[in-house]
Design a protein around this ligand. Structure first.
Ligand SMILES: Cc1cc2nc3c(=O)[nH]c(=O)nc-3n(C[C@H](O)[C@H](O)[C@H](O)COP(=O)(O)OP(=O)(O)OC[C@H]3O[C@@H](n4cnc5c(N)ncnc54)[C@H](O)[C@@H]3O)c2cc1C
Length: 416
C-alpha cells in the first residue's frame, strides 16, 4: 500500500459486501472523478451475496406500501419508512435493470435475478467497479479509525490510509469485538443477538419425520406473546422453515434471554382451533365412524405425522373413529392444535442468519446515514441496528442505507 500512503481518498468504504459495493458504485455514479477505495478484510468480496438465497440471491422483496414493507423489520421498522421512501424495492429493481439485470418475482413476493444465480449480481457489481475505477483492496482489515484535521486516518493491517469520508459497511456479528473500532470512536452500539435461526430439539419424537413439511402452521412460545404463522419443516435436529425463522427474528432478544430453552407449541394448521377440530372430528365420526382412524388424517396433516399424533394420544391402529374415548380424542385435539416441543438451542448453519443490534439509529442522521457525533462517518448495511425477516428485506436495507449514504457523501464532496 506504499503508493497509496500519501494519497487522500475522497471516500474509503470499509467492507466489501453488498452495502459496501453498492455504496461505492453510487458515490462514483454521482461524482465521476471521486477517488474511492473499498477495503475488505478477507480475501473474497461479496461472499454473502454469493451464498445468499441458496445461491440465487434474494435481492429484494416485491414493492409493498412502505408502511407494510417496513413491518418486516423487527428492528428498524420506524426508520425504514423514511429510508425506503428515499430508495425502495422498485428503485433497486430499476437500478439493476439499467445495468441489464432483470429480476423475477416468486409467488411469495421474493425477487431473484432471472438467471437464478447470485453470480449475476456479483458480475454486475464487479463490472461497475471496474468501469468506475474504484479500487478494491482485499485481505486488508481496518483496525482503527480516528479523525484529525478534518481527515479520517485509518489504521489497517496493511498500513495507514487517509480519506475525507468514510462509509462503514462492515456487516453484522453477534461478537461485540467486531464493533471495537466504532466503540473507540464513542459510537454507541446496541446489544447484539443472532436472528433468523432454526430451533434445536434434542431427541425429539418428530425426528423420525425429518423432511415432512406443513404448508401453513401456527407456532407459539409457551409463556410468551411470541406467535407466528407460515410453512414449517421438520428436520432431524428440530424445526425449520419460514414460520420458525420469522419467530426467531421477532423473538431474537427474548429467546436469547431464555438461553434458547423454551417450549414451542405447534398448531399443524393455522386454522386449527378446539371448535374447528371438534367440528371436523364429529363430521368424520358421522361419515366414516366404522373406519379405522389411522386411515384418514385431518387435512393437511401428512400421514406420517398423523400416525405419530395418534400414537402419542394413545389411540392404537385398530381403533375406529367411533370407538375412540372422549379423553383420547381430547388429547388428539390438543396435539393437533398445540403440540409441545421442548427447544434447547438454535442452529444458524446455512440459514439466512443476520445480527440484531449494532450501530444505534439514535446516533445516525437518517436523511444522510451520517454519524451525529462524528461528521463524515457514514453507515450502511447490517452493522446498523436494522434487521429484517427473510424474503429479501435484509438486502433491501443494505441497498437503501448505502444509497442514502453515498448520495450524502457526494453532496458533501461537491460542497468542498
Ligand atoms: C447464508 C446467508 C444467506 C443470506 N441470504 C439472503 C438473501 O437471499 N436475501 C437477503 O435479503 N438477505 C440475505 N442474507 C442476509 C444478507 O446477506 C446480509 O444482510 C447482507 O449481506 C448485509 O450486507 P453488508 O454489506 O452490510 O454486510 P456483509 O455482506 O456481511 O459484508 C461486510 C463485509 O465487511 C467485511 N469487514 C468486516 N469487518 C471489516 C474490517 N474491520 N475491515 C475490512 N473489512 C471488514 C466483511 O469481511 C464482509 O465482507 C443472507 C445471509 C446469510 C448468512
Amino acid at each position: 500500500m506504499t503508493q497509496q500512503h500519501n494519497h487522500i481518498y475522497d471516500a474509503v468504504v470499509i467492507g466489501g459486501g453488498a452495502a459496501g459495493f453498492f455504496g461505492a458504485i453510487n458515490i462514483v455514479e454521482r461524482h465521476r472523478s471521486a477517488s474511492v477505495l473499498i477495503v475488505e478484510k478477507t480475501s473474497q468480496v461479496l461472499s454473502k451475496v454469493k451464498v445468499s438465497g441458496g445461491g440465487r440471491c434474494n435481492v429484494t422483496h416485491q414493492q409493498l406500501p412502505l408502511k407494510t414493507f417496513a413491518k418486516h423489520y423487527p428492528r428498524g421498522e420506524r426508520e425504514l419508512r423514511s429510508l425506503l421512501q428515499e430508495f425502495s424495492s422498485t428503485d433497486i429493481q430499476k437500478w439493476l435493470e439499467e445495468k441489464g439485470v432483470l429480476l423475477k418475482t416468486e409467488a411469495d413476493g421474493r425477487m431473484f435475478p432471472e438467471s437464478n444465480t447470485s453470480q449475476t449480481i456479483i458480475d454486475c457489481f464487479t463490472k461497475e467497479i471496474q468501469k468506475k475505477n474504484i479500487t478494491v483492496k482485499t485481505s486488508c482489515a481496518v483496525i482503527n479509525v480516528c479523525k484529525k484535521d478534518n481527515l479520517f486516518h485509518l489504521t489497517t493491517s496493511e498500513g495507514e490510509l487517509r480519506t475525507k469520508y468514510v462509509l462503514a459497511c462492515t456487516g453484522g456479528s453477534p461478537n461485540s469485538n467486531h464493533y471495537n473500532w466504532l466503540k473507540e470512536l464513542s459510537q454507541s452500539i446496541t446489544p447484539l443477538y443472532p436472528s433468523l435461526f432454526t430451533f434445536n430439539a434434542a431427541d425429539h419424537l418428530l425426528k423420525n419425520l425429518a423432511g415432512v413439511a406443513l404448508p401453513h402452521c401456527r407456532i407459539r412460545i409457551r409463556n410468551s406473546k411470541l406467535e407466528e404463522e407460515g410453512p414449517l419443516l421438520i428436520t432431524h435436529w428440530g424445526l425449520s422453515g419460514p414460520a420458525v425463522l420469522k419467530l426467531s427474528a421477532w423473538g431474537a432478544v427474548e429467546l436469547a434471554e431464555r438461553q434458547y430453552s423454551f417450549d414451542a407449541l405447534i398448531a399443524w394448521d393455522h386454522s386449527f382451533t378446539e371448535a374447528s377440530l371438534k367440528e371436523k372430528i364429529n363430521a368424520l365420526i358421522k361419515e366414516q365412524g366404522k373406519k379405522k382412524i389411522h386411515n384418514t388424517s385431518i387435512d393437511p396433516v401428512p400421514k406420517r405425522l398423523w400416525e405419530l399424533l395418534l400414537l402419542q394420544s394413545d389411540i392404537d391402529e385398530e381403533q375406529t373413529w367411533n370407538n375412540v374415548s372422549q379423553k383420547k380424542m381430547n388429547k388428539l385435539i390438543e396435539h393437533l392444535m398445540s403440540y409441545p416441543l421442548t427447544v434447547k438451542g438454535k442452529t444458524t448453519f446455512k440459514e439466512e442468519f443476520v445480527t440484531a443490534g449494532g450501530v444505534s439509529l439514535k446516533d445516525v442522521h437518517l436523511h444522510s446515514m451520517e454519524s451525529i457525533t462524528i461528521p463524515g462517518l457514514h453507515f450502511a448495511g447490517e452493522l446498523l441496528n436494522i434487521d429484517g425477516i427473510t424474503g429479501g428485506f435484509n438486502f433491501q436495507a443494505a441497498w437503501s442505507t448505502a444509497f442514502i449514504a453515498a448520495k450524502n457523501i457526494v453532496t458533501s464532496l461537491n460542497k468542498k
